[in-house]
Design a protein around this ligand. Structure first.
Ligand code: ATP
Length: 240
């Protein structure tokens, strides 16, 4: 699958002031894959997601998306290349209704597909259909996560970036969200790159994964290989 990379992150370095948060990170996501990035708090996972989206920008290295060099592109143009993100903390619009939040995700380019896309999202997350007139801020954590993913999908992305979709959610809700991600991948062919602290759930879901420690990728392999790896088990899976 080497020639089928949708996203190529090559030797990327990202700084906050003088602090190097990413130190030569290289990852690839092939078309149709679910790839996850696991690692402890502060490893740099969210920074990688944000760097892919252009804020902060990489100070060194390259990010190629679908053949286009997006390393120095402003964020709004990166979004137009059809990378959509469900960020850490979900960042839905709390005062807007579920429907209005979804409308915001569509942008002007996709309004012609609006009804079709809304129906797909309501089929995937029937709870959002029931709550379509409710304000985002009054939804439960799991419903907000569904809305955040739904809003990202309204942009018709080629690549969906998910930052900690399981954060703060009960195991049963996490299971439902992860099943929805799997379904999108299997039925729609959606390519997904996700960051997770819930390593077990992420590795089970993923075709491949990367482990990040202190701003560097230290290990990679198939989800199955990493689930079975003694080092990964000791650091991220046992006692968690
Ligand atoms: P978490 O799961 O806790 O979000 P993470 O792996 O996503 O962890 P990052 O949030 O990417 O890690 O943080 C990587 C490093 O960069 C940390 O040392 C963090 O303190 C630092 N950092 C993150 N955001 C900023 C910022 N805006 N300004 C300065 N330093 C930052």
């Amino acid at each position: 699958m080497a020639g089928d990379a949708l996203l190529k992150v090559q030797s990327v370095e990202t700084f906050y002031g003088n602090i190097r948060a990413l130190d030569g990170v290289s990852v690839e996501v092939n078309r149709g894959e679910i790839v996850s990035l696991i690692g402890a708090n502060g490893a740099g996972k969210s920074t990688l997601m944000m760097t892919i989206c252009g804020s902060p920008q990489a100070r060194a290295g390259k990010i190629i998306f679908d053949g286009v060099d997006i390393t120095k592109m402003p964020t709004h143009l990166i979004a137009r290349e059809r990378i959509a993100q469900s960020p850490e903390g979900r960042r839905i619009f709390p005062r807007m209704t579920v429907m209005e939040n979804l409308q915001m995700g569509a942008g002007l380019d996709n309004l012609k597909y609006f009804h079709e896309d809304i129906e797909k999202i309501f089929t995937l997350f029937p709870r959002l259909k029931e709550r379509q007139s409710q304000r985002g801020g009054t939804l439960s954590g799991g419903e907000q996560q569904m809305l955040s993913i739904g809003r990202a999908l309204m942009a018709r992305p080629k690549l969906l970036l998910l930052d900690e979709p399981s954060l703060g959610l009960a195991p049963l809700i996490v299971k439902g969200i992860f099943e929805a991600i799997k379904k999108l991948n299997q039925e729609e062919g959606l390519t997904v790159f996700l960051v997770e602290q819930n390593a077990f759930a992420a590795l089970k879901l993923s075709d491949r994964a990367y482990v990040m420690v202190n701003g560097r990728v230290t290990m990679s392999g198939s989800g199955k290989e990493l689930l079975a790896d003694p080092q990964v088990r000791a650091a991220y899976l046992e006692g968690g």
